[in-house]
Design a protein around this ligand. Structure first.
Ligand code: PNS
Length: 191
């Protein structure tokens, strides 16, 4: 009998309810789902350290018996082969996500045709939620209640109160635009 392992890769900075929704959906489809946090993403500086993101994800995915959290560096296809995964799970919220996701899926297929990308839609309730917007809203004093897990919200607010400058550096560049580096939105998608 086939045992299908899938990877749900991302930066998860921070984890949103949209991410969690997708993890839940993925856990129902695949025998094993590995939530894989990318090491050293181009989107620096991160609001949460890798260890913090991992701890939050581990705590929030505990209820799913077939989900585990890991970190990876280098090419996703190489990591997939190392852990024996045959599928990559990605979320598509709107048509704006599609172009970048298609490009990435096809590039990964070119790199390793054994790996399939599977797209799932998160609940409509979260179709407008992105990590970037969450960071921006919290930094500017708005509420993101209900859009991110309570645990993440608590830690994000602590970060705002304790180190607003660090958080601002992660979302606002010196010219006042909303991102420091090229993000998925700028490439035609979000995170
Ligand atoms: O949360 P994100 O930023 O949308 O996740 C992007 C991620 C981690 C899936 C992507 O950047 C990735 O897979 N990086 C690993 C390096 C790699 O394999 N690059 C080639 C992709 S075609």
């Amino acid at each position: 009998m086939k045992h299908v392992i899938a990877i749900y890769p991302g930066t998860f900075d921070p984890l949103t309810n949209g991410h969690l929704d997708l993890i839940q959906r993925g856990s129902k489809i695949f025998d094993e789902l590995i939530v894989a946090i990318l090491l050293n993403p181009e989107k620096d500086p991160a609001v949460f350290s890798l260890a913090e993101r991992r701890a939050m994800l581990e705590s929030l995915t505990k209820p799913f018996g077939n989900v585990r959290v890991d970190t990876f560096g280098g090419l996703l296809v190489d990591y997939a082969m190392r852990v024996g995964a045959r599928a990559v799970l990605r979320g598509i919220r709107a048509i704006s996500d599609y172009e970048y996701e298609l490009q990435m899926a096809l590039m990964n297929r070119k790199l390793d045709p054994r790996l399939e990308t599977v797209f799932m839609m998160p609940a409509e309730t979260y179709s407008y939620v992105s990590s970037r917007l969450v960071k921006e809203i919290v930094t500017l004093g708005g509420s993101v209640h209900g859009l991110i897990p309570d645990l993440v919200e608590k830690k994000l607010l602590e970060r705002v109160n304790g180190g607003k400058a660090a958080l601002q550096a992660a979302v606002v560049d010196p010219l006042g635009s909303t991102t420091r580096k090229r993000t998925r939105e700028q490439r035609g998608r979000r995170s």
